[in-house]
Design a protein around this ligand. Structure first.
Ligand SMILES: Cc1cc2nc3c(=O)[nH]c(=O)nc-3n(C[C@H](O)[C@H](O)[C@H](O)COP(=O)(O)OP(=O)(O)OC[C@H]3O[C@@H](n4cnc5c(N)ncnc54)[C@H](O)[C@@H]3O)c2cc1C
Length: 259
């Protein structure tokens, strides 16, 4: 069955990083008054390439549900077809898409959580954080500790830094950690790969709780913490391996791979 296509119209475009050529894109949907999706899902954009062949690519929604709008966070991939098409869009221009799709969503009932991302893998995390800690309206985090561990190579690639710092300053239960994997002069923050910081957070938490690291009650009552990982496959695997080593179960680890 053919999927229903909608028209996403670019409303606003912000350059998040010039060196990384990463853009924040805000769209509204011509055909809809309300776009129903769950934070963390993705849309599939569709367009014909130079040979007239239909191409489809997935992009995580970088916002919480908001009327008929959604945001994307896209970086140019060298010689990539769709990333360049999106990054070249100007306000008023449109792109067809179908969706929402995907199961990379917060498990309910909500538990303590660690969000782990690199690069544009931050997109669904921004959606989660906007949903949990809305600017207006009720806080949905239920006071549960929420960690965001974000890894990039350089300071110029720490997307949405001010937004996450603001939420961390305002909400006692939101903890924002960003770490650089390459040398950056003047950077006084954390260094190294995200999995090292994730391991530290998990280990410290376990020793604070003085108990078995993660599982409190048997399934299906559930776990008391989940990890949500998004980015390229190597990073996702490294974090899954690390958490498994630390005694986590597979079902506690929810992930989205971009490649
Ligand atoms: C569920 C899901 C969600 C995604 N969300 C986002 C998102 O929020 N933001 C975003 O920027 N991307 C996201 N992606 C990646 C996106 O779908 C495309 O793969 C990416 O934009 C490259 O597409 P392209 O048409 O420009 O490149 P293509 O023309 O498909 O590929 C060109 C070359 O780039 C390589 N390549 C393909 N993808 C990547 C990549 N991600 N990084 C580096 N090299 C690559 C290919 O191997 C090929 O050699 C997501 C992917 C998935 C599966």
């Amino acid at each position: 069955m053919a999927r229903q296509l909608f028209t996403a119209r670019l409303e606003r475009k912000l350059l998040l990083s010039d060196p990384a050529q990463c853009f924040h894109l805000e769209f509204s949907i011509d055909e809809l008054e309300k776009f129903d999706f769950i934070a963390g899902q993705f849309v599939s954009t569709v367009a014909n390439d130079a040979n007239g062949k239909s191409q489809t690519r997935a992009y995580s929604i970088a916002s919480a549900p908001r009327a008929n709008q959604f945001d994307l966070c896209v970086n140019r991939v060298e010689n990539g077809f769709f990333s360049n098409l999106l990054c070249d869009l100007e306000p008023g221009q449109t792109v067809p898409f179908h969706g929402p799709h995907g199961l990379f969503t917060l498990r309910q009932p909500l538990t303590e959580a660690i969000f782990i991302a690199t690069g544009t893998g931050i997109a669904p995390m921004r959606g989660f954080v906007e949903w949990l800690f809305p600017e207006s309206g009720e806080d949905r985090s239920q006071g549960r500790p929420i960690w965001l561990v974000y890894g990039t190579r350089y300071t110029t690639e720490i997307y949405y830094q001010k937004y996450f710092e603001k939420i961390a300053a305002e909400r006692h239960n939101f903890h924002y950690v960003s770490s650089l994997s390459r040398q950056n002069e003047g950077w006084e923050g954390l260094r190294g790969y995200v999995q090292e910081h994730v391991a530290r957070i998990v280990t410290e938490r376990a020793s604070r709780n003085h108990s078995a690291p993660v599982v409190t009650v048997a399934e299906p009552a559930g776990f008391d913490i989940h990890a949500y990982i998004c980015g390229l496959n190597d990073m996702v695997s490294a974090n899954r391996d690390k958490l498994t080593e630390l005694g986590w179960e597979r079902k506690q680890i929810i992930f989205e791979r971009y490649d």
